[in-house]
Design a protein around this ligand. Sequence first.
Ligand code: AMP
Ligand code: MG
Length: 516
Amino acid sequence: MALRDLAELEFGATFLAALPGDPRRDNVPRAVPGAAYTEVMPTPVAAPRLLAWSEEIAERLGVARPAADSRALHILAGNALAPGMRPYAARYGGHQFGNWAGQLGDGRALTLGELVTPAGERQELQLKGAGPTPYSRYADGRAVLRSSLREFLCSEAMHALGVPSSRALSLVTTGEQVVRDMFYDGNPQPEPGAIVCRVAPSFIRFGNFEIHAALEENGLLRSLADHVIDTHFPGHGHESPRAYARWFEEVCRRTAVMIAHWMRVGFVHGVMNTDNMSILGLTIDYGPYGWLEGYDPSWTPNTTDAAGRRYCYGRQPQIGMWNLSRLAGALLPLVGDQELLQDGLERYRSTYAATWSAMLAAKLGLEALGREGDDALVEELFALLAAVETDMPIFFRGLSGMLEQPLADAQLSPPADAHLPPPVAQALYEGAVVDTALRERWVAWFKLWHARGAASGASASERRRRMDAVNPRYLPRNYLAQQAIDAATGGDPQPLVQLLAVLRRPYDEQPGYQSY
Ligand code: AMP
Ligand code: MG
């Protein structure tokens, strides 16, 4: 299928047509009561250059890679518009770190418009870092290359991992500098600026509903819900309180599935404020995210959350529930009856439990968990993973290698200096100390796991296939992203392109890329 020039595509704006906007057009920070958005133009940049392009999502959109200095490139930098584009910043609020924060809104993001793809899906194109909006509060509306590259890379990697996520089409450097305090040490430095064009059917957040509920803008609240249901939840109506409650239940279900996937791959979002929670159950707003290495449920990549650890790995499922409870509160005016919304929250709990259990089973090569002894098998594994300094993703990926190669006799009754079972040894951090008692527990666990797998009736190759399909071999770990950032900052996009190519197939062994 022929790809088309972005500058010649026709964009739509169903969100603008369905909802009332801000009557004011002046771009100064302010409260915007009674509106769902403000129409605002991106602020032009000096010298845009295409640093990276996602062929995959481009193909899905039917958009051709823009040439240097083309009109399409200028659209992706906020310097020009395609036909039908009416850029706007959405108004939303949110609970940040547990507290109601009032109006937030798109402070450095702008939706350009909606595109109907060749397959007939509606996708929104949004620029992140395109300049200030009425929602920028005290900040500049810009983004730096470092954070933009991380969002570009990770959202595409997440999609490839099978995790519901927004996508990224392009990464454009602006030719301008942005001043940021990179190490939060009071020494702000200029850094290269960049803009990501991200893509999702919608970027509507829990916070879009919360702001209307908080200010008792009930007509707006209803219009927003109706628009979201009509546009993004086909098959769900809004004819009655019960219909809204059923839709909320679906939002709960999707959120549970998304967070179970995060837990499966060891992703920690880092800032699960309700303004960063997509109503479609997509991972959005990639900030200080990170990947779990050693199994430490209290680990968080977010240095500003180091004291409270509200958004650490192990609390993500619980925070999902807390956030959905805030959304339920916002939807109460539409549903009237708290009890009806309770069904959705219960659905979250049951979906999360079932999905996580199925994923954990697959990670261990089993069809399902639930037999006698399975709880103990899982508990002991996580206790052991926590007790040794071992990299969790490497461990799980290595585990399938043990299927065809059961423990040797020497490992079953190891002398004091024998090695640990291979996947543990492989994943062990240099210098980690493992005493004899722990080693014996590991060996016992492996025996149990082998016996359980053999008793499951599935062949070793079947179990291996199951495991390798859910335990990724390649992840966009921070140090890899940093290498790509350093090279890109020096003008070389090649390491990013290479890394993304590997991350497109995260479950396949890719000889020559072991270093990733
Ligand atoms: P975040 O923590 O990135 O999800 O951002 C929370 C809120 O702050 C959102 O309303 C953002 O749009 C806004 N924000 C973050 N960074 C900037 C920035 N550089 N300029 C303007 N607004 C920003
Ligand atoms: Mg955000």
